[in-house]
Write a protein that binds this ligand. Structure first.
Ligand code: FAD
Length: 575
């Protein structure tokens, strides 16, 4: 039987966060574009993966639906509580000082401290809000429309076939179908397991669980609790609902001889903290499982197709980075597609840089996850483990350098402002490292007072940057895996460092930059100092200590915007 065809500019397979972010941002910046989202299910539908990182909030804001998400009343996430590493004690890690959250009224606006909070989002509602938003911006959304076949001619997609036999043709085809990767498979793209970790996750939803830690007006922390066989997550999703999961090596599951449901119940019973939170709660009763999910795709694009979100690759959920990587990748792809419709001369370069950035982020998080699991052992073992992970990427390093590279590497290259699309800002990351390794780590900037640019083995390359709907071609420094954009804070810092080496003079210039509005970005002093710290960590800058000069005391930057100097033999004073 002959079916009527559907023709569009961009056909997106999958209406999850990847698909709806892509559709929304294409249409925000090019409202005339025809965008079709093909979704297998009828929304709202359940999905695992609820705990976000703060970087997502900025993208939701750019999409124009932050207010709708905020109105849904999802619990605010200010950080995480861990039982991990060298201690059996519970310890907290926060994106933001919880005292700031106590002053927050909800629903609020995307401003001030709300730029540094995240949501614990019930995915059925969250994904539905995003999809409806894409529709409101002009996307044609077809639910219960499963793509069952990819018609191809070599590396070109010719059309998509739906379950009801209809055929969709488009200028570009996007796989946002999640781990299934329907177009990825259809185009014969292989996947690669990037980690030796072979884990299985099992989870269920609970009604009437206690909130693990309530901080002020609805602030919460995700609970990450290790136990001998694996680790558990507890994510409060609303006044009565919680997502509770158990992750363990597949071998542990197999040798236990238990069903997934029985092992899940046993893990909960083993954990007194989680058990106490669900004393009065009832499970939905359908324990779901997924295995072996850490992978990357060998290719992320072809002639007229792209992979985005989890179809492109996935990192173990220990750091809750999946949605951050998905939203960020979909945002960049929206910019790139709009640019490609103008047929730029550098299309191949643009596509390759998209793939390069996404793969680097996913791999970085997979390696970071390896690092976290390794941190359950001794610190010395952990450093050696870091050398092996670095070696697998073709980087030869000492244990200390490998540790630093894994913990902080690649975080400084993502945008003209402070580092984004990462787990946390470098100094906060150091608090985590301290907890894992039982060693105290301070700002490197507090121990140095003479800074010099280090441009050994550095190339200057033009790379795409995604600003206000436009792909901007900007100069970067590139060294191995690392990239540093030469605009925004980093551009200013590079210029200052080329002229000054005395830290006190550098700080004066930074303060002037902030006072003048930081090129319209209104950065805080702390943000710019974090960028400088990131440059130091990534060796764009090297430092030394001159005994005749004062050192910085940056600890109080967490609470105010003053820089304090600690002069040799003198008490700390504020400049
Ligand atoms: C155990 C586990 C825990 C996780 N925890 C977290 C966490 O705490 N925080 C976090 O940020 N991330 C987490 N994640 C990751 C997160 O769930 C994903 O990163 C995110 O869902 C990816 O979004 P996506 O849009 O790419 O894919 P999805 O959200 O999977 O959406 C894909 C959509 O495509 C549709 N689809 C599939 N096939 C077809 C087809 N043939 N035709 C049409 N439509 C189709 C599906 O129905 C679905 O709606 C976790 C993942 C797992 C497995």
């Amino acid at each position: 039987m002959q079916h009527a065809g559907i023709e569009t500019d961009v056909a997106i397979i999958g209406g999850g966060p990847g698909g709806s972010t892509l559709a929304s941002l294409i249409l925000k910046y090019a409202p005339h574009r025809r965008v079709l989202v093909l979704e297998k299910e009828k929304f709202p539908r359940d999905h695992v993966g609820e705990s976000q990182l703060p970087a997502v909030a900025g993208i939701i804001h750019e999409m124009g639906c932050w207010d709708q998400i905020e109105d849904a009343g999802f619990p605010l996430k200010v950080g995480a509580t861990y039982r991990w590493g060298t201690t059996e004690e519970l310890w907290d890690f926060d994106f933001i000082d919880p005292r700031e959250v106590e002053r927050i009224d909800r629903p609020g606006r995307y401003e001030g401290p709300r730029r540094f909070t995240a949501f614990q989002a019930d995915r059925a509602r969250y994904d539905d809000i995003l999809l409806r938003h894409a529709e409101a911006l002009g996307a044609a959304v077809m639910e219960e429309s499963q793509v069952v076949k990819i018609h191809r001619d070599g590396d070109r997609v010719e059309s998509l076939e739906l379950r009801d036999g209809r055929i969709v043709t488009a200028s570009y085809y996007i796989d946002a179908s999640g781990h299934i990767g329907v177009l990825r498979r259809g185009m014969g793209v292989k996947t690669k397991a990037e980690s030796s970790l072979r884990n299985i996750a099992m989870w269920d939803y609970w009604e009437n669980a206690d909130w693990a830690a309530e901080i002020g007006v609805g602030g919460t922390r995700v609970q990450v609790m290790s136990q001998s066989g694996g680790w558990m997550w507890f994510i409060p999703l609303g006044p009565t609902r919680a997502s509770i999961g158990f992750v363990c090596p597949v071998d542990h599951y197999k040798t236990s001889g238990l069903s997934a449901d029985a092992l899940y119940r046993q893990a909960i019973a083993n954990d007194a903290h989680i058990s106490s939170l669900i004393e009065h709660a009832t499970p939905r009763g359908t324990t779901r499982t997924t295995t072996d999910w850490s992978f990357t795709s060998e290719r992320l694009y072809g002639d007229n197709w792209f992979l985005v979100g989890e179809a492109a690759g996935f990192a173990d959920p220990i750091l809750a980075a999946g949605l951050t990587i998905t939203h960020a990748g979909a945002r960049e792809l929206a910019y790139i597609l709009n640019d490609l419709f103008d047929e730029p001369r550098d299309a191949e370069w643009l596509k390759a840089s998209y793939a390069d950035t996404q793969l680097r982020r996913i791999r970085q998080h997979i390696r970071f996850a390896d690092f976290w699991y390794a941190a359950k052992g001794r610190f010395e073992d952990l450093k050696e483990h870091c050398v092996r992970i670095a070696g697998a990427s073709g980087v030869r390093m000492t244990p200390e350098a490998a540790w630093r590279w894994l913990a902080q590497g690649g975080f400084a290259h993502d945008g003209p402002g402070p580092p984004t699309t990462k787990t946390d800002a470098p100094p906060s990351l150091k608090q985590v490292l301290g907890k894992l390794a039982a060693t105290k780590r301070e700002w490197a900037l507090e121990t140095l007072n003479v800074l010099t640019l280090n441009l050994d083995d550095v190339d200057r390359e033009v790379l795409p940057v995604f600003v206000e709907g436009k792909v901007v071609r900007e100069a970067h420094w590139v060294r191995g895996q690392d990239r540093l954009i030469l605009t925004g804070h980093y551009g200013m810092l590079s210029e200052v460092l080329a002229e000054e080496s005395d830290l006190s003079k550098i700080v004066e210039r930074i303060k002037r930059y902030c006072a003048d509005g930081g090129g319209g970005r209104q950065p805080s002093l702390r943000q710019v100092m974090e960028s400088l710290e990131a440059m130091l960590n990534e060796r764009w800058v090297v430092g030394s200590y001159d005994t005749n000069k004062p050192c910085l005391a940056l600890g109080r930057l967490e609470h105010d915007d003053q820089v304090h100097w600690n002069e040799a033999g003198a008490s700390t004073h504020t400049v």
